[in-house]
Design a protein around this ligand. Sequence first.
Ligand code: NAD
Length: 437
Amino acid sequence: MASEYDPYENAQAVIDRAMEVGDVDPRLRDYVRYPQRETKVNLLVDMDDGTVGVFEGYRVQHSNLRGPFKGGIRYHENCTLSEVKALATWMTLKCAVVDIPFGGAKGGIRVDPRRLSVGELRRLTERYTEAIAPIIGSDRDIPAPDVNTNEQTMAWMHDAYGRATGAPTAGVVTGKPLALGGSKGRTSATGYGVVSCAALVLEKFGESLAGTTVAIQGMGNVGSNAASIFHGKGAIVVAVSDVSGGVFCETGLDVPAIVEYLDKGKRLLNGYEAPGVVHIANRELLACDARILVPAALENQINAEVARELRCAYVVEAANGPTTADADDVLEARGITLVPDIFANSGGVIVSYFEWLQNLRGVSWETGEVNELLEEFLEKSFVELWAERVRTGCCLRMAAYIVALRRLALAKEKIAHGERAGESEIREREKSAAAAR
Ligand SMILES: NC(=O)c1ccc[n+]([C@@H]2O[C@H](COP(=O)([O-])OP(=O)(O)OC[C@H]3O[C@@H](n4cnc5c(N)ncnc54)[C@H](O)[C@@H]3O)[C@@H](O)[C@H]2O)c1
């Protein structure tokens, strides 16, 4: 991939375009350009061998214009502040596009978690939580899982936050285990939403999931849940991959068997064998013969060069930022429909919102209720995106950005109105006071 790729600059370039195409109030521009707070912390961790490990951690709070900051925590050896800033920006847009009352944030630690023991990971998570405890909270900033973090990480964060502040609060993180106030349906929510979004778009083109071929890059939380749900709906998952490479079967992979294989210990796909299955490289997966391509790993996987090689009809972005801005142009020119990340993977944050609501109200919803409400949010948002796409003739990414940016501009405008009303009230009061003198 091009080494000059900068995720934050990429995000800003797409925003610039959407501001122009959607004729969004230019006074919003700097509110989405500059994150409200960028925190960097050095985490000192007692390692199992008696040495002290030093790790860099980040929490970027991009915008709380529409509600408390919200966004996941990523553990990755290549995590950078620029990446976290981009991810935080996308969270602001994501919460706005599906109209949930949150702003955007993201966190990360520069670490290869595969090199740490469970005890070291727990201590690292505790140091990180203590470091950011003063700026998070259920009404302030609510972290969740992301790449290489999961409900176990959230359980540690929940516990460390309670001990650091003396105020244990269920709603301080989402994606928790059920026993700590997690929501049913949260673990599968992002994958569930990805499949629902794919179905909504296919329907517009007179197609359905049943019998449609799918290739998925990344078999972590999002990719494996999406694979299982696609498979359950009759789609034919022909290829999947992880960091070790991919597997392909023209007639369809045995998804339940692969998920079971991956679930057993820390297994990777390069060790998976089954009749009719061949091993492929990640680049081959992206360009394989499948109608739907689902990037569900990391950013910057589909650049302009890769986009020219794709053979799919749809790209459904389960990952955040997998497609570069110049690749968007290639896809559009080639007539490949892209379902943008801020909509396609919003299922996770929508169900995080449900989890937060359940925590605030002290109630617990059933999986059926959660999924039904999730579908409602996605359908409502999709109606708006599609209408914007038809109105402007732009692609779905532009439509999603425009809907989100307008919603942010409206929030900003309401605040400004309040300010103006306040000014006129003051003037009225001054006038009456002068008259009374
Ligand atoms: N977890 C969520 O709820 C959630 C919500 C919205 C968006 N996302 C996004 O979805 C993506 C995946 O998140 P996740 O939670 O599933 O992470 P995860 O850590 O559970 O899984 C990541 C997967 O990607 C694979 N991978 C890593 N590098 C790869 C590469 N170069 N090529 C192919 N595969 C590679 C890993 O082996 C793993 O299978 C990220 O972009 C994340 O930001 C996650």
